[in-house]
Design a protein around this ligand. Structure first.
Ligand code: NDP
Length: 387
């Protein structure tokens, strides 16, 4: 029996992970399940999977969680510190699927235990990639990518040497607005930005796909995880979302990974790695699909990609500024306080502002410093938005 925990169990990735566990209950013991506001889902899953503990990130909802778990034998806990403590419970495999920088502290703690971390939470690599990778190395822990593009690259690299890689191409659907006239983007509404042409995901990543902030995070994630130079990372718009990534080797060969747009593919690969097992995902019928389209991303449509390049060139903890500012700008867009295109404008402004503050982003990369910078970036966005 493998002991597993799922951080962000109530979300889209968490539910897909539980779907795979549910199909093979004899193989797993569920240790910790965590959630945020969806107490009913968290309690129902904790009961159904016989979890040792269920944790909500929201301390004010502990009583509600306790009540929902009454008589089940599942422990209840709440708050950011309880999440970190849950990561110290012995486990063989932990899914990191909290959304946003909040996933960093529990992920780091899991790595400090030497636990294998299946990493969907790309924000933690963007904010603190060097810290995360170094922590894994020191404690002999393994990070397995769950983002579909990074899982695809990881799979294309099996049996290969990273030193022979010339370029990594990650694909992007282009999001909800890939064919919109540019002048209409500023007026895009929350509902319009919250629908994805191919993937069924959480609301925040769906909006980030429309703005390509998601792809910008993934470019930085590629750099941090595979240690490849920024110039070797390319983004290609591929509207069908069937080719997830391509790896180009020095002999000119390109190895690509194709699959249905279903996150259970990448989650399942990380769950069973290094083996492959049957997964309940659709098989591609390429003759029926007929054609695969590719095009270069337009700079004017997707300014977030340019910002990702600037962040990689700047280095230090500018990734934490970028992610914190982007997350807060997204909060304001969701709350109706910012327009769709304002998110990139404000993120760029905050990046320039905090980079200019002496020493700030070149301090040692520790959890404390990353958290401080994340907080400063959010406050700087609030100042611009004037709340
Ligand atoms: P969802 O919004 O669907 O789920 C997020 C999860 O995090 C939920 O369990 C939520 O709880 C919890 N959560 C929210 N805020 C906090 C907080 N402050 N502290 C602790 N927990 C919190 O997100 P997704 O599943 O879509 O994405 C999760 C991560 O995986 C993200 O980093 C995303 O970028 C990445 N990812 C997602 C993909 C997808 O297909 N969805 C694909 C590739 C990567 P609750 O809902 O109960 O409030």
């Amino acid at each position: 029996m493998r002991r597993i925990s799922i951080f962000g169990a109530t979300g889209s990735i968490g539910q897909n992970t539980l779907d795979l566990i549910r199909r093979d209950p004899e193989s797993y013991t569920v240790v910790a399940l965590t959630g945020g506001q969806n107490i009913a889902q968290l309690a129902a899953d904790a009961r159904a999977f016989g979890a040792e503990v269920a944790i909500t990130a929201d301390e004010t909802r502990l009583d509600e969680l306790r009540a929902a778990l009454q008589g089940s034998g599942v422990e209840a806990a709440a708050g950011a510190q309880a999440l970190v403590e849950a990561a110290t419970r012995p486990a063989d495999w932990i899914m990191s699927a909290i959304v946003g920088a909040a996933g960093l502290a529990p992920g780091l703690k899991a790595l400090e235990q030497g636990t294998t971390l299946a990493l969907a939470n790309k924000e933690s690599l963007v904010c603190a990639g060097r810290l995360l990778m170094a922590t894994a190395e020191v404690h002999g822990a393994r990070i397995l990518p769950v983002d579909s593009e990074h899982s695809a690259v990881f799979q294309a690299l099996v049996g290969e040497r990273i030193t022979e890689v010339e370029r990594i191409i990650i694909t992007a659907s282009g999001g909800a607005f890939r064919d919109w006239p540019l002048e209409d983007l500023a007026g895009a509404t929350l509902a319009q930005a919250s629908s994805h042409p191919n993937w069924d995901m959480g609301q925040r990543i769906t909006i980030d796909s429309a703005s390509m902030f998601n792809k910008a995070l993934e470019v930085i994630e590629t750099r941090e995880f595979f240690g490849i130079s920024p110039e070797a990372i390319e983004v290609l718009v591929h509207p069908q979302s069937l080719v997830h990534a391509l790896v180009g080797f020095r002999d000119g060969a390109l190895m690509s990974h194709l699959g249905a747009p279903d996150m259970r593919h990448a989650i399942g690969y990380a769950l069973h790695w290094p083996d492959r097992r049957h997964l309940p995902v659709a098989r591609l019928d390429l003759a029926a699909i007929g054609q695969l389209d590719f095009r270069a991303p337009e700079e004017a449509r997707y300014p977030a990609l340019r910002l990702a390049r600037a962040v990689m060139a700047r280095g230090g903890m500018s990734g934490a500024v970028f992610n914190g500012a982007k997350e807060r700008a997204l909060d304001h867009f969701i709350a109706g306080r910012l327009g769709f295109t304002d998110m990139a404008v404000i993120t760029e402004r905050v990046l320039a502002q905090l980079e200019a503050e002496a020493g700030l982003i070149d301090d040692a990369m520790t959890l404390e410093n990353v958290t401080r910078i994340d907080d400063l970036a959010r406050k700087a966005v609030d100042l611009v938005v004037k709340i």
